[in-house]
Design a protein around this ligand. Structure first.
Ligand SMILES: *[C@@H]1O[C@H](CO)[C@@H](O)[C@H](O)[C@H]1NC(C)=O
Length: 317
């Protein structure tokens, strides 16, 4: 009896402990992961047909510029086969790396943004100083009246490489004659990728198709931002089981995901559900913060693909 009452006394304090600035009590009525009418299963083949190369490119972005330039980044490079590396930017430090390549397999120009390791992404997202900022109205004047707000840290990161990146993509499109741009990234790289996708969409010839894929995407902005991405870009993003990153910053602070989530429901790397609408409760949004798994952020997602520096030969932290 003593043990039970002690336990009961402990429960409320455990439950009210804020995790990532979120009160766990807010998450109790969420259903467990399940396949339902609005979140049907999709096959590994379907996932691979649209997301395999984006996942492989997002993994390679964690490797050093040197190993990417010579396309000797170990398994991340090998798995992609023949790729023509074109340009990189960022400084592998404060400004995360991105690279541009021509992918003959997909007949696309690929822009891949480096992410950040799990510990850092949680601190970036939960930084007490974080604020929502207006979407840069100089860069996106056509959307200036929509009330779009984005995570200021993500926008700052995007701004540091946006102009050089656009110049590189325009040059690559011209020299190859390719009609598709595929933007990809994991974690912070996925968040920046959504902004890159929107930006490129405004700047490339309308005959060029721009697609954006993300893995472990955190929420990047408000409802107007999510709606703008749905209308202008059409993001596809994968969330893995109990990864906390896609659930922050939280909905109650006004953050919102776009549509296009594909949720991984177990460790088999074979079971996925396609989530209808924005922030579908059967997917990452419905996760209980009592069973958070930061290692789910890294992966594996499918085909043994995990994200982070450890996949690269230099094995940076
Ligand atoms: C907004 O975008 C312009 C380029 O269009 C850039 O020069 C400026 O630095 C950006 N502002 C901020 C606050 O990032």
């Amino acid at each position: 009896m003593l043990a039970l009452s002690t336990l009961l006394l402990l429960v409320p304090s455990v439950l009210s402990a804020p995790l990532f600035g979120i009160n766990l009590d807010d998450f109790f009525d969420k259903p467990a992961d399940s396949t339902t009418k609005d979140s049907p299963a999709i096959s590994l083949d379907d996932v691979k047909s649209t997301l395999l190369r984006p996942a492989q490119f997002a993994r390679a972005a964690y490797c050093s510029t040197k190993s990417l330039t010579s396309w000797t980044c170990g398994e991340p490079c090998k798995s992609l086969g023949k790729v023509n590396f074109l340009q990189s930017g960022g400084d592998e430090g404060l400004v995360p790396l991105y690279f541009i390549a021509h992918d003959p397999t997909d007949n696309a120009i690929v822009v891949s943004h480096e992410g950040t390791d799990s510990k850092n992404i949680v601190s970036i997202i939960n930084d007490v100083k974080f604020t929502m900022a207006d979407l840069n109205a100089t860069r996106f004047p056509q959307f200036a009246t929509l009330g779009v707000k984005v995570h200021s840290g993500f926008q700052d990161t995007f701004e540091r490489t946006a102009d050089g990146l656009l110049a590189g993509v325009l040059k690559a499109l011209e020299s190859t004659g390719v009609k598709k741009v595929s933007v990809t990234g994991h974690s912070l790289g996925a968040a920046v990728g959504t902004m890159t996708g929107l930006w490129l969409k405004q700047k490339v010839d309308p005959s060029v198709k721009v697609t954006v894929a993300g893995f472990g995407l955190p929420r990047g902005g408000n409802q107007a931002w999510a709606d703008l991405l749905d209308k202008e870009v059409g993001v596809t993003f994968m969330t893995n089981q109990n990864d906390p990153v896609p659930t922050v910053p939280p909905l109650f602070l006004g953050f919102q995901h776009p549509q296009g989530e594909i949720h991984i429901t177990d460790d088999s790397q074979k079971n996925f559900i396609k989530c209808a609408g924005q922030d579908n409760e059967n997917c990452a949004t419905g996760n209980s913060l009592l069973s958070v798994s930061v290692s789910n952020h890294k992966g594996p997602y499918f085909e043994g693909i995990s994200f982070g520096h450890s996949a690269c030969p230099e094995g940076r932290a």
